[in-house]
Design a protein around this ligand. Structure first.
Ligand code: NAD
Ligand code: TDX
Length: 354
């Protein structure tokens, strides 16, 4: 694959940083990371980036048209991988405004500036240009226990302000392809986990609380189901989509790892007990059921057969080895998350606080 110039939005977030680590380590592509550095960003998530000649960073808001125009003009990307978003469902319930501003308004501005730039490219470069819009399985709403997994044809039925804002952004991205011809691809992925995930999300939240010996706040009855995928497997799928995917197409990405939240929390407790036993006894004793998340989606499941068939993507990590590695990473990289916990991020609305 010839070296490309790839602009990644949200590259200091959880998935964006995994993607940039992959791009810098395993490809010849040059990277421009465009990130506003919100609470969710972390420069320490791309170690060594500052010294890498293939990497540069622009601190900017994707909703800032002038900044986006400058980034396109100066960097001259062959592809945009758009991950910047407000991503936490509980925060979207507490305060949806930023979600509308970034996920909808920001995506709109980015599409407009990408379109303007793309229309000015010579035909050969314009033909190779790609705009990959990274989205979520939450746009499809939720499933009953026996319903088949979401396919690329499943109708949108988002439940939360977060998923509604992502659904809106997906519609915009597809419309810019259909109406203006911008070579857009959309990916919809299931729940990610792995290293460098912000401590408000289920898996790191539980690891950190369990290590502190604090109650583990499981929402509702703990039987909500998520389909878990290791972040490195998602990053590889995104790279395949941008390198080999067809413009106008959508690819679902998922792990075939459906688990109830309770099963996930129990697996974390057991893994922590093996790796770092507590004198107080098994961590499962800390599990505590708390008030449910409003509008809480019951089950997500992704049918990823299209990307497996058409782009030959395969997940490399099983959930068991992935969780083991992730627990180990949080044990070995206390400095990374201690700094976040120390500076105090907005307390969780539900449960016993951050
Ligand atoms: P994250 O919250 O960890 O990171 C988001 C990043 O975007 C941060 O670095 C933040 O500073 C940046 N950002 C936010 N608003 C911005 C703005 N206006 N301009 C520029 N940068 C801005 O998110 P994540 O979990 O890495 O998710 C990345 C993308 O993948 C999102 O679009 C999300 O909807 C999607 N997604 C996430 C998951 C998941 O499980 N985390 C699953 C499927 C899809
Ligand atoms: O303390 C908790 N207790 C709990 O029971 C937290 C933080 C979560 N939960 C539950 C809610 C969900 O059913 O665990 C499940 C996972 O919660 P989150 O980590 O908040 O993820 P989710 O709401 O499923 O959304 C995630 O996956 C899809 C990402 O945050 C989204 O950005 C992505 O689109």
């Amino acid at each position: 694959m010839a070296a490309k110039r790839i602009a990644v939005t949200g590259g200091y977030g959880f998935i964006g940083s995994a993607l940039i680590r992959l791009l810098l380590l395993e490809t010849d592509h040059e990277v421009l990371n465009i990130d506003k550095l919100t609470y969710a960003a972390n420069r320490a998530s791309i170690p060594g980036a500052g010294n890498n000649p293939k990497y540069r960073f622009a601190e900017a808001d994707i909703a800032d048209a002038r900044a986006m125009r400058k980034a396109f003009e100066e960097f001259q990307p062959d592809a945009v991988m758009h991950l910047a978003a407000e991503s936490h469902v509980d925060r979207s319930i507490d305060g949806p405004q930023e979600f509308i501003a970034t996920n909808i308004g920001g995506t709109f501005t980015l599409l407009q500036e990408a379109l303007r730039y793309w229309q000015g490219l010579p035909a050969e470069r314009a033909g190779r240009f790609r705009f990959l819009h990274v989205s979520t399985d939450e746009v499809f709403g939720d499933l009953g226990p026996e319903e088949p997994a979401f396919t690329e044809e499943t109708a949108y039925q988002p439940s939360s302000p977060y998923s509604a804002s992502k659904a809106a952004s997906d519609h915009l991205a597809r419309a810019w392809h259909r109406t203006y011809g911008l070579p857009v691809l959309v990916t919809n992925c299931s729940n990610n986990y792995g290293p460098y995930q912000f401590p408000e999300k289920l898996i790191p939240h539980m690891i950190i609380k369990a290590l502190a010996g604090e109650p583990l706040p499981v929402y509702g009855d703990g039987r909500n189901v998520r389909d878990w995928l290791h972040v490195d497997d998602h990053a590889r799928a995104l790279l395949l989509a941008v390198e080999k995917g067809a413009a106008g197409e959508t690819y679902n990405i998922g792990g075939l790892n459906e688990r109830t939240n309770l099963q996930v929390v129990e697996a974390i407790c057991d893994q922590l007990d093996r790796a770092s036993p507590s004198p107080q006894g098994p961590r499962r004793r800390l599990i505590s059921f708390v008030t449910d998340r409003p509008g809480h989606d019951r089950r997500y499941a992704i049918d990823a057969s299209k990307i497996v068939r058409e782009l030959e993507w395969r997940a490399r990590k099983t959930f068991e080895t992935g969780v083991e590695d992730t627990v180990r990473w949080y044990l070995d990289n206390r400095g990374w998350w201690d700094a976040i916990v120390d500076r105090g991020y907005k307390a969780q609305r539900i449960g016993t606080g951050a």
